[in-house]
Design a protein around this ligand. Structure first.
Ligand SMILES: Nc1ncnc2c1ncn2[C@@H]1O[C@H](COP(=O)(O)OP(=O)(O)OP(=O)(O)O)[C@@H](O)[C@H]1O
Length: 248
């Protein structure tokens, strides 16, 4: 018998204020897979990832996790969504990745601090522990957030546009980290816009345009015909439509 997908969505519609952002999405992500989620702006990629992270609830359909609990998910939101005026040190941001082990009010041990420093070292930020998170550059911030994912040691990792505002050297370093997570058998989903990068590093892709346009091996998904279809579907989308209930 084949193993069920680690994450599966069946006929999922997610709405903001009753206006669907993605609709009738059915797809699965196998355990240990490395998948790029691609599609035009507004295609619903972040909405999909937030739904898998448990931050949004489907208005219709079902999202299921198999053999992984919601608290085991490491989610890296779009950098733009993080409030960098909040006074928190780089080390404390990394330690937030340990909350599964510590609980909301758990004690941070010396070992945990050492682990956080090691993770910072892995992402090239030796000695950054005491810096204010808001005071480091956008690329360095992204490295800090990857360090947070590193210490979380999660079987399912969701990355929303992890390379926006990041230079090519940092991108290359972070891609090496993603490769490492993939080799370790973790399941990784990343929202990306750079198709060359996706072709080079991501074996699987899911092309979205409010619904699934295509999913599977990247070379079969990223075809000119599919990309054209995704663009046309996005442009034809009716943003004022309401959730269609009871559709057969
Ligand atoms: N909090 C929100 N409230 C209302 N509408 C929202 C909200 N977040 C997203 N949307 C709408 O849902 C649709 C899908 O947005 P989403 O951010 O998921 O797309 P995306 O593919 O990630 O886009 P991008 O590539 O531009 O980041 C868009 O029309 C967007 O305006």
């Amino acid at each position: 018998m084949t193993e069920p997908d680690l994450v599966s969505l069946r006929d999922v519609t997610v709405a903001y204020d009753r206006h669907p952002a993605i609709h009738h999405v059915s797809c699965g992500f196998a355990r240990g897979s490395l998948t790029a989620i691609i599609g035009p702006n507004g295609a619903g990629k972040s909405t999909l990832v937030k739904t898998i992270a448990g931050l949004l609830k489907p208005a219709e359909g079902a999202m299921r996790l198999h053999g992984v609990s919601p608290k085991d998910i490491a989610y890296l939101p779009q950098l733009a969504g993080i409030d960098d005026s909040f006074p928190i040190s780089v080390q404390d941001v990394v330690l937030l990745g340990l909350w599964r082990r510590t609980g909301a009010f758990g004690r941070i041990t010396l070992d945990m601090r050492v682990e956080a420093s090691k993770a910072l070292s892995t992402v090239g930020l030796d000695g950054f522990e005491g810096r204010a998170f808001g005071s480091v550059s956008a690329g360095q911030r992204q490295r800090v957030l990857f360090a947070r994912v590193l210490v979380a040691d999660s079987p399912l990792i969701l990355l929303d546009e992890p390379f926006s505002a990041v230079d090519s050297r940092t991108t290359a370093d972070l891609i090496r980290l993603i490769d490492r997570w993939h080799r370790e058998g973790r399941t990784v989903l990343a929202v990306l816009h750079d198709h060359d990068q996706v072709r080079r590093h991501f074996p699987q892709s899911l092309l979205m345009a409010r619904e699934v346009v295509a999913g599977g091996p990247t070379e079969e998904v990223l075809t000119p015909a599919n990309l054209l279809r995704a663009r046309a579907m996005s442009e034809a989308w009716d943003g004022d439509a309401e959730v269609c209930r009871g559709a057969a």
